[in-house]
Design a protein around this ligand. Sequence first.
Ligand code: FMN
Ligand code: SF4
Length: 419
Amino acid sequence: MLEKKMISKRFGKINPLSIDDFIQFDGYKNLKKALSMEKTDIIEEVQHAYLRGRGGAGFPAAIKMMGLAKETSKEKYVICNADEGEPGNFKDRYLMENDPHQLIEGMVIVAYATNATKGFIYVRGEYQKSISLLKWSIDEAKKKGFLGNNILKSGFNFDIEVRSGAGSYVCGEEFALIESIEGNPGRTRVKPPFPTSVGVYGKPTLINNVETFSTIPTIVEIGGKAFAKIGTPSSTGTKLISLSGNVKNKGVYEIPFGVTLRDVIFELGGGVEHDRKIKMVQLGGACGPIIPEYMLDMMIDYERFEEFDSKTGAGAIIVMDERFDIFDILLKIVKFFAHESCGKCTPCREGHIQLENLIMKFIERKATEKDMLSLESLARVIHQASLCGLGQTSPTAIISSLRYFRDDYVDRIEHPART
Ligand SMILES: Cc1cc2nc3c(=O)[nH]c(=O)nc-3n(C[C@H](O)[C@H](O)[C@H](O)COP(=O)(O)O)c2cc1C
Ligand code: SF4
């Protein structure tokens, strides 16, 4: 079996509205276990697990927990990033809609281990079903004593509030998200200080993705060392994959790290619709690289993805068959980022408009070799000089296409439109 169901093990097996179903399926058992452990031991298990953030950047979760735990402020926050604005990603929605209590349990364990006082789940505004389900589940958890004051008579108090964004992609970036929770426009800022020192309302704050929090109960259950044996040495555990595009079986799959892209697309995805050939696959969402079919034997792990100068660990795989034109796809991606740029820094604000113009020249077959060089250097400037992760990752698709689909560029230059 290619799939390894750890955090998706309850998907379809419980009624997500029923806390009793969750409890019967081992739910909140790991919270009870965690409350009986030393707080430092919980963090140590996460460290042994070498759990890396599942929201894209792959930052070790234990380091954030240690960072928050050492802060002495009376108010400390834990935020779950459920903004999921990256096109092609839908696994956080699956987690929230199929197993909301697993996420809550993970957040309470992290809050307990770090002495956090309050939690927020920042949910993408379009995810109304997730929002209602989470609110309902939080109320149910409070009634049963898993949230609120004196959780399971441990003396620990912790509550969670659901907040929602208004559809801005950049609000998934942690500082923009903090601004949005505070009621301000979603604008980022330069790091340091990091949120674990100065976060929401100026207080120490730990921010993790839905999948990261949802993995914590499993680590408490099986122990960090056992968790680390799954996957590859530096990409441990399992990963939820959002598989979409021209595959037969689109959906969310949980795989151990180390499985190849080809296996995900053909074994889980059932291959390409109408058995067409694959032209390209985009990894991670709009901010990820576009690779050709011959690279599909690549393993899914953080290291491989980082070779593209991009943090693309959120787990989207978008398959495009031979009917698709690389320039049409690039145009859609660049338009998306031009629209979502918050406008704070020049390379991102102005650069995406220029990229759009250059790609249009290739679409209209009016491009020259100089345009190709301009496209390449502009993409690199945006990547290197932008203030936040949006501009730093948005040119990845262009940069990778220039590497792997250069023949398509040359073809457009060598065969211009007749005037
Ligand atoms: C423009 C932009 C959008 C982002 N959107 C999300 C998002 O929707 N969900 C998410 O978990 N992380 C997103 N991130 C990453 C977060 O800033 C942050 O690294 C993440 O929430 C940390 O959680 P993790 O360590 O568990 O991955 C985004 C980053 C950038 C730069
Ligand atoms: S890179 Fe783009 S989104 Fe990020 S701060 Fe600059 S303008 Fe705003």
